[in-house]
Design a protein. Sequence first.
Length: 105
Amino acid sequence: MVARAPFFAFCVVLVVIWLPSYFAFKNVDTWQLIINTVTTIVTFLLVALLQNSQRRSDEALQDKLNAIADGIADVLAGQRGDNRDVSADIQQLRQAVGLENREGS
């Protein structure tokens, strides 16, 4: 929503409303304080929103990678037979997935 045109339009409207408010305050310091405070609060909230969004994206990507690795390990297990190289590969793959699960928690 923040990266869309309506949010930008809201910001433009906010500035357009703020500009003529100078005549209501008759004090440049108060007038500037208002816009500085509003922009600081909006910036703080947007940074928090972006960090939260990035964290959720990273977690979703890691879940997908873990599912892919688990699926590959299952396929390898089905083709293993008595081949020790495949068994070692499966073990390494499962350890890597388990290690990532411990790091993410």
